[in-house]
Design a protein around this ligand. Sequence first.
Ligand SMILES: [Zn+2]
Length: 127
Amino acid sequence: MTEKQLQHFRQTLEKQLKESMLMFDLIGRSINRRKGVLQEEAKDKATRSDDFKLLLQQADQERKRVGEIHQALNRMTCGRYGICVACKRQISLSRLEIFPTARFCLECTQLLEQEEKNREWTRASTT
Ligand SMILES: [Zn+2]
C-alpha cells in the first residue's frame, strides 16, 4: 500500500470515528432521558423497555465500532494496516474501501463464516 492510499484510509477512519463518537454521545443522552421517563411512569412498560433495549443495543454496537476503528488506527501506526491478521496477506483495497476496519481478507472471512455456519448447523441438529 502506498503512503497516499494509507493516508486516504486514515482520513476515512478518522471521519468514521468522529461520526461514531457523535452517535455514541447522542445515544447516551437518549438513554439518560429515557431513564428519567422510565422512573417517572412505570405504565406502558413493555413498549418503553423495548425502546430502552434498542438504545442499549445501539450503544453497544457503536462502542464496538469505535473499538474497531481504534484498532485499525493502531494497526496503521504499527504498519500492519491492511494486512490480514490470519494469513498475513494484503487485504484487497476494494475490500478496505467498503470495510476500512477489516482485519481479515475476503478468503479468511469466508472460511470463518463457513465454519460458523457449520457449527450452528451442528448445534441445531444436536439440540
Ligand atoms: Zn487472510
